[in-house]
Structure formats: structure tokens, C-alpha cells
Design a protein around this ligand. Sequence first.
Ligand code: SF4
Ligand code: SF4
Length: 117
Amino acid sequence: MTWVITRLCRDCVDESCVEVCPVDCIYQYDGDNGASFPKQLYIDPEECINCGVCEPECPWEAIFEDEQVPELFTEDTPLNAKILDLKDQFSVPDVGEKPKPSPEQIEENKRKWGYTP
Ligand code: SF4
Ligand code: SF4
């Protein structure tokens, strides 16, 4: 079991999750293949200790336990795991202060991805 960052993170990336992760296993992609690795963060499934601390910290509600990832976002689990083959192209980002989204922005972001739980 591991935790997964889904596409609800894309272009939001406020890094609250990075700040709380006790083992620094949440990464950004630094390579030039943006088509395969969109602008979001990624959890290394081998380093993640399954503590779940990151999930409530994510204002965009983008993080799920792998067994709970919504069907719409199933592809995001192997996408996070691709980090295992390309580790040298990922790094732990510096955390900066970002404005938090409003409830309306959070719902709009979910709708954008067709996710209406
Ligand atoms: S807190 Fe959520 S939206 Fe922000 S970078 Fe982490 S997973 Fe992405
Ligand atoms: S579950 Fe814990 S170890 Fe895994 S990414 Fe989240 S904070 Fe880090």
C-alpha cells in the first residue's frame, strides 16, 4: 500500500503535503518531458511509509490511499510509480507559502476533471 497524488494536484501544487511528509518522499519532476509528467507532485511508493499525514494537508483533496483512488484517476497510480525508474529526474521541492483555494475553487477543480463524488 502507498499513497498517490492524483491529477487534482495539477497546476495547483501548493506543496502543503511536502511540508508535513516525515520521510521527504513527495517529489517534483525536473525533466523536460512535460507531456508524460504534468505539473503536479509525485509520491515515491517505495519510500512512502503510509502514515497518511499528507492527505488532510492537501487543500485540493488530491491525495488518496492507492486502494481508494477514484476510478477516474486510476492512471495516476502508475504515473506516481514511474518515479522509480527516473529518480534522478525528480527532487523534493522547496516549500513556499501559497494562498489556499476557496471551497468553490476546490469544487471547480474537481468538476474540471469530471470528479463529482
Ligand atoms: S498539497 Fe495537494 S495540491 Fe498541493 S502539492 Fe501536495 S498534493 Fe498537490
Ligand atoms: S503517506 Fe506519509 S510518507 Fe507517504 S507521502 Fe504522505 S506524508 Fe509522506
